[in-house]
Design a protein around this ligand. Structure first.
Ligand code: SF4
Ligand code: SF4
Length: 356
């Protein structure tokens, strides 16, 4: 199965989050006057998948804010993909501030997996995740999470960890659980977007790990993506997740005008792989630029002598020389025995894939 990240409105967004790494990226790199991906581009993509004999695709809608594309875009998108006969699995990463009943119904019909960005507590969330007029977005995000859930959509959450989230992680974790969320993703901020120290991030990891373990032991298992990956690595399993898998997992980013990049963190002129209107996606994915990117971003040489590489897999290149490696290393060394024994316990007790 091939996985792509599709940006129907590139970096256009109705919020102006402080730690956003994608703000204004399209205005620098994507030369087009259309604010939403054209139907022609969607048809072109579908025809390229078809001619390459692709049977199954995972498509993740991303932004900016992908819901800005609106109901009509998604209706046409799903119908073009249905018509192509390719089996598609959809997900969306959204700030969940723009939602109407028609869109909800459409997402339900197409079994879209929803990832909502929310920082747990109103005070913390509204400090960072604001509309352009400066007002906070927490109340509407929380309301829309319940709407997704009421419609039976599967919702997971994404929280960016800054210094205050780190200190308040217990309250944040409990607040997310109260919203009936069960699949959590905590993201370390990119070094240039916000300030967090290695001490603060290590504190966050230790505190969250204790909460995670306590819930597993009380038979109330919550999935936390990075911890799940570490446990899988402890059992020697292959991890299909960026960085934690020990290598870059290429998820081509397709911008609204058909430009293709190797990774969401590297949508720069230097790493542009091509454009769907000039070259088909599969030739683009065989390009020398992509091989060069893999050798550049995938180089884990700096982890060679690290005793906890077997648990960590090496951090993403975008965080190289930042707070992240020292924090992760300190945490993994301190908790190594506990991680290995918990992985063994889970395998014995549940006998199934970690994180399911
Ligand atoms: S650079 Fe980082 S985010 Fe990009 S593919 Fe590699 S590991 Fe994943
Ligand atoms: S802790 Fe740092 S050095 Fe060790 S494997 Fe992870 S990223 Fe590499």
């Amino acid at each position: 199965m091939i996985t792509v990240m599709l940006k129907p409105v590139s970096s256009l967004c109705n919020l102006s989050c402080q730690y956003c790494y994608y703000k204004g990226v399209h205005s620098d790199n994507v030369k087009t006057t259309d604010s939403v991906m054209l139907v022609d581009t969607v048809e072109l993509l579908a025809s390229q998948f078809k001619s390459a004999g692709v049977k199954k695709i995972a498509i993740g809608f991303h932004g900016g804010e992908p819901l800005i594309a609106g109901h009509e875009f998604y209706r046409q998108f799903f119908s073009i993909m249905d018509y192509s006969g390719i089996d598609c699995v959809y997900s969306i990463q959204t700030n969940a501030t723009i939602l109407d009943y028609d869109l909800l119904k459409l997402f339900k019909q197409n079994r879209v997996l929803v990832g909502v960005s929310i920082d747990g507590l109103k005070l913390l969330h509204d400090r960072n995740r604001r509309f352009h007029n400066g007002s906070g977005s927490y109340d509407i995000v929380k309301k829309n999470i319940s709407l997704f859930q009421k419609e039976g959509l599967c919702v997971n959450c994404l929280t960016v960890v800054d210094d205050l989230i780190s200190i308040n992680i217990k309250k944040v974790y409990e607040a997310l659980k109260k919203m009936r969320l069960r699949w959590f993703q905590f993201i370390p901020p990119l070094p240039f977007t916000t300030k967090i120290t290695a001490d603060e991030y290590a504190f966050f990891l230790h505190s969250l790990w204790d909460l995670y373990v306590s819930d597993i032991m009380s038979d109330n298992r919550i999935s936390i993506r990075w911890f799940d990956a570490v446990l899988s690595r402890a059992l020697g399993k292959t991890v299909y997740s960026c960085a934690a898998g020990g290598k870059c997992i290429i998820t081509p980013v397709i911008e609204k005008n058909g430009d293709v990049y190797p990774c969401d963190f590297f949508c720069t002129a230097e790493w542009k792989l091509g454009n769907l209107w000039d070259t088909d996606l599969f030739s683009i994915l065989n390009s020398n630029t992509l091989s060069a990117f893999m050798s550049f971003a995938g180089d884990k040489g700096f982890c060679n002598k690290c005793e906890v590489f077997y648990l960590c897999g090496g951090i993403c290149y975008a965080y190289r020389d930042s707070y992240l490696c020292p924090a992760v290393r300190r945490f993994l060394i301190a908790r190594e025995k506990q991680i290995v024994s918990l992985a063994g316990y889970i395998k014995h007790a549940f006998g199934e894939a970690i994180g399911k």
